[in-house]
Design a protein around this ligand. Structure first.
Ligand code: TYM
Length: 332
């Protein structure tokens, strides 16, 4: 445990998670937890940058924790905690704000997208989102941050902020590196494979949610948009629909993309789509049952959060205190 490198990631407890979140994030964490000292957070402070229903946010927080555990993330091996339970996140965010330029934040793609989608609520938190994310990562001295492709820009800015602080005041932060999967870092919408599959998609048929039942999952895959031709080949440029389905199959069916191509050679699109749907349902449905079982045990979940918060706060507190010292905050 002593000399293991530190790894950090988080998911927002907003909407229902999709298989994109599972493939791009949680699934990879399963292997990573064996090799690294892992901190996995539930990013509820990020979640409120878009207006949330408070009762739902509370409920989704526990549901996400139960999901982590149901998927196989082990609270004995990793630190699982709720972001708002560790006040150092907000505190470091404030300091890092003074090392971040307004122009940089205005250029963030996700900020621009969300500003369009939530034009009535372009709040300061929405703009500051990447700085809070930088604070998350830097507090734990994380060397690696496994995320999907959509977080790449946020990770780059976290690196810039860390380097800027280190250069201004002396080496303090570990400069984190993103870990992106070769296949699966961007799972696309089933109805429009040019767009990423999203928790908040307008067309719910394009996203497969981790809460969908087997019939719904199969129906969504049967309706998935494919490409012209009849070959099942991984070629994201020319065959975005089929390539997306192959990436999904590979994540759930335990085969590499090449193996899946060979396995499905000569199969029609209809049968292929059905097979992908079945592979997804075969993994997701048992996880749902396990999640429901864990969710019923509130005392256990509270215990996990309590112990997670203590462990996280200890680590984060050390970093924060170092930062306060470097920045010239008088400490007693
Ligand atoms: P969030 O909650 O939007 O997404 C959680 C994770 O899922 C990945 N993801 C995808 N991967 C592949 N295909 C997709 N279609 C897809 N959609 C989402 C995301 O890349 C992410 O890894 N800002 C983060 C949460 C966060 C965080 C952090 C992450 C807060 N602090 C510190 C890393 C480190 C977010 O909104 O993720």
């Amino acid at each position: 445990m002593e000399n293991r490198k530190i790894l950090y990631s988080a998911i927002q407890p907003t909407n229902n998670l999709t298989i994109g979140n599972y493939i791009g994030a949680i699934k990879n964490w399963l292997d990573l937890q064996e090799q690294y000292d892992c901190y996995f957070a539930i990013a509820n402070m990020h979640a409120i940058t878009v207006r949330q229903n408070p009762a739902e946010l509370r409920q989704r927080t526990l549901a996400l924790l139960a999901l982590y555990i149901a998927c196989g993330i082990d609270p004995e091996k990793c630190v699982l905690y709720l972001q708002s339970h560790v006040s150092a996140h907000a505190e470091l965010c404030w300091v890092l704000n003074t090392f971040t330029y307004v122009g940089e934040m205005e250029r963030m793609t996700q900020f621009k997208d969300k500003s369009l989608r939530h034009a009535d609520n372009i709040n300061m938190g929405l703009m500051d989102y990447p700085v809070l994310m930088a604070a998350d990562i830097l507090l734990y001295g994380a060397e690696y941050v496994p995320v999907g492709e959509d977080q790449r820009q946020h990770l780059e800015i976290a690196r810039d902020i860390a380097q800027r602080f280190n250069n201004a005041l002396s080496p303090t932060f570990t400069v984190p590196e993103g870990l992106y999967m070769k296949v699966g870092a961007k799972i696309n919408d089933l109805q429009d494979p040019s767009k990423k599959m999203s928790k908040s998609a307008e067309n719910p048929n394009g996203s497969v949610f981790l809460t969908d039942d087997k019939d719904t999952i199969i129906r969504k895959f049967k309706r998935a948009v494919t490409d012209s031709g009849s070959e099942i080949r991984y070629d994201p440029q020319n065959k975005p629909g089929i390539s997306n389905l192959l990436a999904i199959y590979s994540a759930f069916g335990g085969k590499t993309v090449e193996e899946a191509e060979r396995y499905f050679a000569g199969t029609g699109y209809g049968d292929f789509k059905l097979a992908v749907g079945e592979a997804v349902a075969d993994r997701i449905c048992p996880v749902q049952a396990e999640q429901a079982r864990i969710l019923a045990d509130r005392e256990y979940l509270d215990g996990v959060l309590k112990s997670g918060a203590e462990r996280a706060a200890r680590k984060a507190g050390k970093t924060l205190s170092k930062v306060y010292k470097k920045i010239g905050f008088y400490q007693i």
